[in-house]
Design a protein around this ligand. Structure first.
Ligand code: C2E
Ligand code: MG
Ligand code: MG
Ligand code: MG
Length: 274
């Protein structure tokens, strides 16, 4: 903890990519689900035009009793392979819905929480999709983040599921945009609300004109298709100002805040509004 709250990779299961470690991880994941060792962190998404915080992305953390905080990058892939992503995803969804309902009272009716969905969650059976229709929530307060790859594979299943979210007024964002497939036809095929430009593009904004051109082109294309743009991984004032100049709608990154626990997020909101 002395290294700051951003550092949670004290221990990773991938440090030793052995079958034994993997087996251990699977056992630990089962235990973690039973004992509720997971926490949702939230990272603010800033409306660059208004300079307000209009959304928060929910990002899962695992508080391992022996190993401390473990990054989702280390356990989401294994959770996907083993099917554990289904109960895990249901936990995330319920948690985020509860937080969203509280925060709509605190931060106003337009505040949104975004929820990450990995490919396996879209193709495996018996997820909360089945009860989504009966769920008593204001869907327009939530955004589902999916990656481009998901729209290429299993298109008919995915299309149906996306439609279920849309019927519920839940919005859809394409995460890590620009790193996946080159075919952009899915942008027309599916009713997409946001693209999130991957942080590798934002990172290189000050490196040269080519990256600026790429970002500008993505923003222009999205706007022509009536899609809003969120820039991921905004770390410097310079990047923020360039994005504002390009007409980017939203920014997210360490410049504003790292992902933080819910109570810290609430304090952050109070400070921001001052
Ligand atoms: P993502 O959805 O693309 O989330 C953004 C990642 O970038 C987060 O990593 C966040 O902490 C990090 N980040 C944010 N701002 C900055 C910045 O300015 N600079 C840098 N270098 N990084 C920044 P995190 O929290 O480790 O999550 C990693 C990935 O794990 C996520 O990528 C997402 O794909 C997955 N994930 C996280 N939570 C969930 C979840 O609840 N369900 C599922 N299915 N996947 C999740
Ligand atoms: Mg995301
Ligand atoms: Mg992303
Ligand atoms: Mg990602």
């Amino acid at each position: 903890k002395r290294q700051g709250r951003n550092r949670y990779c004290y221990f990773t299961y991938s440090m030793q990519e052995t079958a034994k470690m993997r087996q251990r991880l699977i056992v630990d994941l089962h235990q973690a689900l039973k004992e509720n060792q997971f926490v949702l962190y939230y990272q603010p998404i800033v409306d660059l035009g208004k300079n307000t915080i209009s959304k928060a992305e929910s990002l899962i953390r695992w508080h391992h009793p022996d190993h401390g905080m473990i990054s989702p990058a280390d356990f989401i892939p294994v959770a996907e392979e083993t099917g554990l992503i289904v109960p895990l995803g249901d936990w995330v969804f319920n948690e985020a819905i509860g937080q969203g309902n509280r925060w709509n009272l605190l931060f106003g009716p337009d505040f949104q929480i975004s929820i990450n969905k990995s490919p396996a969650q879209f193709t495996q059976k018996s997820e909360h999709h089945d009860w989504l229709d009966d769920l008593d929530v204001n869907g327009s307060n939530f955004v589902i983040e999916i990656t481009e790859g998901m729209l290429i594979e299993n298109t008919s299943t995915v299309e149906k599921r996306i439609q279920k979210y849309k019927n519920k007024k839940i919005e859809v964002a394409i995460d890590d945009f620009g790193t996946g497939y080159s075919s952009l036809s899915y942008l027309n095929k599916f009713d997409i609300d946001y693209i999130k430009i991957d942080r590798s593009f934002i990172n290189n904004l000050s490196q040269g004109k080519q990256y600026q051109t790429l970002c500008e082109a993505m923003i222009l294309m999205a706007h022509k298709l009536n899609i809003k743009v969120i820039a991921e991984g905004v770390e410097t004032e310079e990047q923020k100002n360039m994005l504002i100049a390009m007409g980017c709608d939203y920014g997210q990154g360490y410049l504003f805040s790292p992902p933080v626990p819910a109570d810290v997020f609430e304090q952050f909101m109070v400070q921001w509004q001052k």
